[in-house]
Design a protein around this ligand. Sequence first.
Ligand code: GLU
Length: 422
Amino acid sequence: MVKVQVVKQKAKEGLFSSTQAIIQEAIQSLGYDSSMYELLKEPLKMLTVRIPVKMDDGSTQIFTGYRAQHNDAVGPTKGGVRFHPDVTEEEVKTLSMWMTIKCGIFNLPYGGGKGGIICDPRKMSMLELERLSRGYVRAISQIVGPTKDIPAPDMFTNPQVMAWMMDEYSSIQEFDSPGFITGKPIVLGGSKGRETATAAGVTICIEEAAKRRGLDLKEARIIIQGFGNAGSFLSKFLYDAGAKIIGVSDVGGALYDPKGLDIPYLLERRDSFGMITNLFENVLTNEELLEKECDVLVPAAISNQITEQNAEHIQADIIVEAANGPTTQKATEILTKRNKLIVPDVLASSGGVTVSYFEWVQNNQGYYWTEEEVAQKLRYKIKESFEQIAHTSETRGIDMRLAAYIVGIGRAAEASMFRGWV
Ligand code: GLU
């Protein structure tokens, strides 16, 4: 167990330094000097908190939580809060840097932020989760707020957690503050379309990538790794669009059928943490699933899934990253050499933060949009950003990840320059 922990830790350390390396390359190619890289190579602020929580059995447990704010030159920082046993300080920092890139790509008036708590929500009761969520907000309340830093859902957090957090923040401030957090239930000022936004964004990216590779989605064979919020809604959208979903997975393993899986049945049976394989015998491993023949592969689970160990064996022509950081930099190089089209996480998984921005705008103006309006605005933004990044990638002869970083970090750099920070 300790060994597994150490290996996971190491893998995440790799993500931080490889993110710094791409940021450095992007900053250089934009023509800034090294002081700009010094500013952007890690978060401006990182708060660590320890949260005492009364457990149902009467004991008290102390949880460690983090909030990272990468850069607020463009505007308040923005990004989700994850509840997961493997959360590390370095991971939260890295994720906040990715949020700066995402907000930059989509021209959102934000910088990047991210939060996390080391805990296992699968082993906690609703009351324990509520006390933890409220305790976290009390601990970070001085550095967050609708015009400072706006949290949102991430791995294993959901609209209910957002509702508790919003309620706690509103009590501290003594006025209702829906714009403090996004991803809320609709009745508390959530936006229509927020829950399905990440999957909707990935779907649009798959359509755009398919067009570029001359692939008809109705003919496409698709594998999705992960059956959480993104993976499950995505499988539904693609299934409804007529694509054949031939593989899906969860933490316990993978299901695979070249004739196509019965997605409505799987969606009906999945639990709230996205578990589905426990209902079947003879499941494949996640590693085996990634290497199966398909047209589009969507890693929608955790980081570091496609590495230099398996990049040579990936058969998909198009890889669309719905998870944060599923492909290592070495693997990106190998796949690019093999002429695979990789739509990077910072572009493909940004439907969530984009509709979070719409939610915040609606909260600020107190006027709410229809589902169609949200869907239309999201489609417009994703297509626009996809085209800009594809264009940057083609004209500069670089992969789409570096192109996305150039566009994304460019806004934080320009705003920092105008503010006179560098
Ligand atoms: N956690 C999501 C992400 O990584 C959404 C963040 C947000 O909505 O602010 O993009």
